[in-house]
Design a protein around this ligand. Structure first.
Ligand code: TYD
Ligand code: MG
Length: 460
């Protein structure tokens, strides 16, 4: 006989355990198990038995079905991240730190979509309607007919949505919603999972686009993270540094568009405003003659973006040298430093190394290796990089510099912004119509040669 079912679910990874423990055996998180009554509406525990199900409709892959018309907000950066607008019937998760600007951006998007005549409902579980109106006033969108609700009961919300038949629903946030079929508190993994499941099912059933807002926990994950992420069609993250006004909306998963696409915004006194030329913004007021400053020609999603990488290599005052990184992977930095030591003879052991990607952008491309190495060498030798130079290329452990994809797009963006020198690996991809005469390309196939170039200049 089944015993009274109490289960413990990990608040970090969602794994369900039958016994309490101090550490989750699955993801290794400490103190993350919390008691939850077994779901009443969970999956059946018995086997299927002999009762027959209904026949499922099958249709051929070749059957013609018109693609759904997407809902376009007119906020270009927002639409592009989604892959040219919202797909009706899709569920989108927008995650990010509290206070980063999710509610602001989504209220603006809701207003823009309502202006196109599509019925838009904004449900807030965090703010009262008067507060949302105050915000709308600040954003200058009070003239739109976005329908507001301040509610947290999922049952009531779904009843309302069923009756109202909107085109777009925004749920701010999924952690405040609660379903009465689950006994645990709002924000717990099983509540978040159940609510997200109900809402994504509603989206599919009614052909409504549903946007769920999710706060990131201290550990940097949306509470009940994995479970929600793979339930929805699209996952967007709103990123940015507190001290910077730039905000980046990044698609980490998208069933209806390219992943890794970014939209760039600037947080202003009147909401998030689009930045259509991010390169110009990230390069802002850069000091070209400062040693350690390099412009990296990167690709973010489908777009080339130029961004400044700064390095500081300074004699360490302490016995152990420090390495600090903002905006890049610290493991990758350690690798570049090791290659500089082992293959190029730079003695970096006694130096502190600081690396910073300007503007609050996070870079994950290996193509940034060469730019990082150049910044380090430039700071180490105290020689500035030649003016109007961009850098890209991947570094292998042997010290060889490897070609990267889309060098044509990188070169064009550099040219457009007035750069005329490029440090790059020998071209790997086929020529793609770049006007190469306008830029001077210095090809490096080994990191050692780049180091020598700086040393020679240093001697001069
Ligand atoms: P918010 O959208 O409430 O963040 P989230 O929903 O992600 O928690 O953003 C709040 C921050 O944004 C707050 O610090 C104030 C700032 N802000 C502006 O700078 N300009 C504005 O027009 C608005 C509405 C907010
Ligand atoms: Mg909010």
């Amino acid at each position: 006989m089944a015993r009274a079912s109490v289960r413990y679910s990990c608040q970090s990874c969602g794994t369900v355990h039958t016994k309490w423990a101090g550490q989750c055996g699955d993801c290794g998180a400490w103190n993350s198990l919390s008691e939850e009554a077994a779901q009443t509406a969970g999956p059946p525990s018995k086997s299927l038995g002999t009762r027959k199900g209904r026949r499922v409709e099958l249709s051929s892959l070749s059957a013609k079905e018109a693609p759904p018309t997407r809902i376009i907000s007119g906020i270009n950066e927002f639409d592009r991240v989604l892959g040219d607008g919202l797909v009706p019937g899709s569920a989108i998760l927008v995650g990010g730190d509290p206070g980063i600007g999710k509610s602001t951006l989504l209220l603006q998007a809701a207003a823009a979509i309502a202006r196109t005549g599509a019925k838009t409902i904004y449900v807030s579980g965090e703010e009262a309607r008067a507060q949302i109106r105050l915000r709308a006033d600040r954003l200058g969108v009070t003239d739109t007919d976005v329908l507001l609700a301040a509610e947290t009961s999922l049952r009531d919300i779904l009843t309302t949505l069923d009756a109202e038949k909107p085109a777009l629903v925004i749920i701010d946030s999924i952690q405040t919603m609660w379903s009465d079929t689950i006994e645990s508190a709002p924000g717990s993994v099983s509540q978040v999972r159940a609510c997200a499941l109900e809402l994504t099912n509603f989206a599919k059933r009614r052909g409504v686009a549903v946007i769920l807002v999710g706060h990131v926990t201290k550990e940097g994950q949306i509470a009940g993270p994995r479970v929600v992420e793979h339930m929805v069609d699209t996952v967007l993250y709103c990123e940015g540094e507190r001290g910077h006004q730039f905000r980046i909306l990044r698609a980490v998963k998208n069933r209806f568009g390219p992943a890794d696409e970014i939209g760039v915004f600037e947080m202003t006194g009147t909401g998030m405003s689009e930045v259509s030329n991010p390169s110009a913004l990230f390069l802002g007021d850069r000091d070209e003659r400062a040693p350690g400053s390099v412009v990296f020609a990167g690709i973010e999603g489908t777009r080339p973006v130029l961004v400044e990488i700064q390095a500081l290599v300074a004699q360490s005052a302490l016995g152990t040298s420090r390495r600090a990184v903002v905006g890049w992977d610290s493991g990758r930095l350690a690798m570049v430093l090791a290659v500089l030591e082992a293959r190029c003879g730079l003695q970096l052991g006694a130096f502190d190394v600081y690396l910073n990607v300007a503007g609050g952008l996070r870079i994950s491309e290996p193509a940034a290796d060469l730019a990082v190495a150049t910044a380090l060498i430039s700071s180490y030798t105290n020689n500035p990089v030649p003016a109007r130079t961009v850098v890209f290329g991947e570094i292998s452990l042997s010290g060889a510099i490897r070609p990267v994809a889309q060098s044509g797009a990188r070169l064009r963006e550099a040219q457009k912004l007035g750069f005329d020198t490029v440090f790059a690996p020998p071209r790997g991809d086929a020529k793609d119509g770049t006007d190469e005469d306008a830029v001077q390309i210095e090809n490096f196939d080994e990191l050692r040669i780049l180091v020598e170039r700086f040393d020679i200049e240093g001697a001069a």
